[in-house]
Design a protein around this ligand. Structure first.
Ligand code: ADP
Ligand code: DAR
Length: 358
């Protein structure tokens, strides 16, 4: 069990207030008034404020710091989650459009780096949550096993280039896990923020990965979210990667699973940074000159893009290669989120070439 599991909401809040690390969105928005208003509330899945804030209080260096303990937390703990959501997604009002993936036969974009000199690989993912289950802090081992069974049954309906095989983590050798993780296919249990939020409870039971035969479409089962649908390939052909994901989403959305959503928040996820479209489109791209610029973070912020390391969030870049992706997922459609990422990546490529004197 995570270290912070023994602390109640007051003890967690006291730790948060005493911390001197840079201000997380949790610290910014869990005011004394919001704390007083929410500290004794309990969600429909029996989740508590402590369940939502534990990770950010035990990890003061969090960026967001708060998770929804379950889908109902977005209603029960709205006094805290709503200001966090508005702040992260840079919106003044909580409203979200109906899903719109655009016309994949006429996207207007394809390979963002035809030369192949800069973009190593491209990935687009969305998250989905089973409507009738909680999130990690309130999930039981039986819940995860039930969700895994329901998910695998749905994945077995995938056809054509999306058809494939499910590999549970239980029974997978450490060597196989290390190989798949190094190749950026598989997740592991190394994220301390997620650990403190209950993300690794009963690990590895109920977790696994689905691979299409060509390994360009994957589904993560019970990592941070109940489901992550992932399309990825080497090179910079964002058009192909995105089109494949949209085809998979449409097949999986019609397979009978009931996904958690709210009109004004779109699809619901464990972390409030991911809800709405839940879409993160990323490239691993070589930008040693731009990344060395003092204003690199402001350059990204102004374009609503985010730079990460190449082995997942909270990791470092390697050899000047960064993970560049869209930051906003709420208040815009799926095609708008991908277009925002495309425009950001094109600006990054242009700036890197200018700095390299090309
Ligand atoms: P997410 O929240 O989208 O899962 P993470 O930062 O946790 O993002 O990354 C998850 C995994 O996906 C990591 O192993 C990371 O290296 C890999 N990944 C993300 N973007 C790309 C990309 N464009 N190409 C290859 N692997 C990627
Ligand atoms: N640990 C959280 C994560 C923020 C967003 N990333 C997610 N959900 N994977 C933090 O506050 O840093």
């Amino acid at each position: 069990m995570a270290e912070g599991a023994k602390y109640n909401a007051q003890e967690l809040y006291d730790r948060l207030k005493a911390a001197t690390a840079p201000e997380s969105l949790l610290k910014k928005h869990l005011t004394p008034q919001v704390f007083a208003e929410t500290k004794d509330l309990v969600s429909k899945f029996k989740g508590t404020l402590a369940d939502c804030i534990r990770s950010g209080c035990m990890n003061p260096d969090s960026g967001v710091g708060v998770y929804a303990c379950d889908p109902d937390a977005y209603t029960t703990f709205a006094a805290l989650l709503n200001p966090v959501i508005k702040d992260y997604h840079k919106v003044d009002k909580l409203e979200h459009p109906k899903p719109d993936f655009g016309d994949t036969n006429n996207l207007g974009f394809g390979d963002l780096d035809p030369s192949g000199n800069m973009i190593v690989s491209t990935r687009v993912r969305v998250g989905r949550s089973h409507a009738s289950y909680g999130f990690p802090p309130v999930l039981t081992l039986e819940d995860r096993v039930d969700m895994e069974k329901k998910t695998v049954k749905c994945l077995e309906t995938l056809t054509e280039d999306l058809a494939g095989e499910y590999c549970p983590l239980t029974g997978m050798t450490k060597e196989k896990q290390a190989e798949l993780t190094a190749d950026h296919f598989l997740f592991n249990d190394s994220d301390r923020f997620l650990r403190e939020a209950g993300g690794y409870n009963d690990w590895p039971t109920g977790r696994g990965i689905f691979f299409a035969k060509n390994k360009k479409f994957l589904v993560w089962v019970n990592e941070e979210d109940h489901l992550r649908f992932i399309s990825m390939q080497m090179g910079g052909n964002l058009g192909e990667v995105y089109t494949r994901l949209v085809k998979a989403i449409k097949q999986l959305e019609s397979s009978g699973l009931d996904f958690a959503k709210k009109d004004e928040l779109g699809y619901l996820t464990f972390c409030p940074s991911n809800l709405g479209t839940t879409l993160r489109a990323s490239v691993h791209i070589k930008i040693p000159k731009l990344a060395a610029e003092p204003d690199f973070k402001k350059f990204c912020d102004d374009l609503h893009i985010q730079a990460r390391g190449i082995h997942g969030e909270h990791t470092e870049s390697v050899g000047g290669v960064y993970d560049i992706s869209n930051k906003r997922r709420l208040g815009l459609t799926e095609i708008q989120a991908v277009q925002e990422m495309r425009a950001g990546v094109e600006a990054v490529i242009k700036r890197e070439k200018e700095l390299a004197g090309k």
